[in-house]
Design a protein around this ligand. Structure first.
Ligand code: A2P
Length: 350
């Protein structure tokens, strides 16, 4: 966005805002509604927006039926906060109309994440950066949001010099249709039937594959990897941070895992890292070596906290300046809806 962009108004949000969810029927949209209700967000009125296919259907909010409306440019009259989660194209097309109508947009898509005029926020990490918003605040990529909750408290104590990560990403990151494909493909495999995959590019039952984002043939990195690197640097405020990454889609419904090797400027013991993480907001340390019990998607699913464990010295660096950790977080919550609602909470008057 440029200085002349229509997205250049700075709005004040009332104590009891009118909230719109764009993409209310999607995997993240449903969780946005649940988070607003579960976190007791002071919603004066909720507007649910989706495509014409869903218009007229109902969803339940605080025990009341709310009719879904078709998203149009006129949808944002009287809306104070618009939570967008219907993909980049919809955000680019409709966020300007929402801002023009006086709403603050919290955008879950990648449309504006690298725009210098749009803060990219994980409230536990860089809430201060929100103040500079001009009508749009970007909600990060799910891996970047989950990883930085675990990395920021370590970085605050000992500067991080380099990261290397491998991800284990759930179906939810590819939307509700991908979650359904995982269920159907698994059912078919168990019944000995064939299943023609339609949403993801490879067989999904009892299989994993390189992330389905577009591959850049020249570099060998896919779009997910590129996003995670750029956004992790931006959220942590270390623009040149070297980050190695491999993103993999695994047959899990909704929680992402990531094995991260973290090199620091100086030697950091696993004990100190564990203490820093235990004191960190949004983190739950799950690091029971005696029981071989560490973060798992079944424990992270439906949970607000990011689980961190397997905290140990990385033997790949004999200097002792590198730690290995394993992080699991709910992609639909901290990786998307919950983070967006936390941003909306931070917009409320104090
Ligand atoms: P709909 O259910 O009416 O198609 P997911 O990420 O889980 O695939 O969800 C995508 C969300 O984006 C859904 O809520 C979907 O609504 C919404 N969506 C897709 N296309 C449009 C559109 N053209 N206008 C408004 N909402 C859309």
């Amino acid at each position: 966005m440029t200085e002349q962009s229509p997205l250049s108004l700075a709005q004040n949000v009332p104590a009891n805002p009118v909230v719109a969810i764009v993409g209310a029927t999607g995997a993240v949209g449903v969780e946005l509604l649940n988070c607003l209700e579960g976190r007791n967000f002071p919603v004066a009125k909720l507007k649910l927006l989706a495509s014409a296919r869903s218009a007229g259907k109902e969803m339940t909010f605080r025990g009341q039926a709310v009719v879904i409306e078709e998203l149009t440019e006129a949808s944002f009259d009287g809306v104070d906060i618009a939570l967008f989660s219907a993909g980049s194209g919809i955000s680019k097309k409709f966020a300007p109309a929402a801002v023009k109508a006086g709403a603050v947009v919290v955008d879950n898509s990648s449309a504006f994440r690298m725009d210098a005029h749009v803060p990219l926020i994980v409230p536990e990490v860089n809430a201060d950066a929100m103040a500079a918003h001009q009508g749009v605040i970007a909600n990060p990529n799910c891996v970047a949001a989950i990883a930085t909750v675990a990395l920021a408290p370590l970085h605050a104590a000992h500067a991080i010099k380099r990261l290397n990560m491998a991800t284990y990403q759930a179906a939810s990151g590819a939307g509700a249709a991908a979650m359904e494909e995982l269920r159907l493909a698994t059912q078919a495999a168990l019944n000995g039937e064939t299943y023609e995959h339609k949403v993801l590019p490879h067989p999904y039952a009892f299989n994993f594959f390189s992330h389905n984002a577009d591959m850049d043939e020249a570099s060998g990195y896919n779009g997910e990897e590129t996003k995670v690197v750029a956004e992790t640097r931006r959220i942590m405020g270390v623009p040149e941070l070297p980050v190695g990454i491999t993103c993999i889609r695994v047959p899990i419904l909704r929680a992402h895992g990531m094995a991260i090797s973290v090199e620091f400027e100086d030697v950091v013991s696993p004990e100190e890292a564990r203490a820093l993480l235990e004191a960190a907001p949004g983190v739950r340390v799950v690091d029971d070596r005696a029981r071989n019990y560490f973060p798992m998607p079944v424990d992270a699913s439906g949970q607000e906290d990011v689980l961190v464990g397997r905290i140990r010295t990385d033997l790949g660096d004999p200097s002792g300046r590198t730690l290995a950790i394993f992080v699991v977080g709910d992609q639909l919550l901290k990786g998307a809806a919950q983070n967006a609602v936390q941003i909306a909470e931070a917009l409320l008057p104090r």
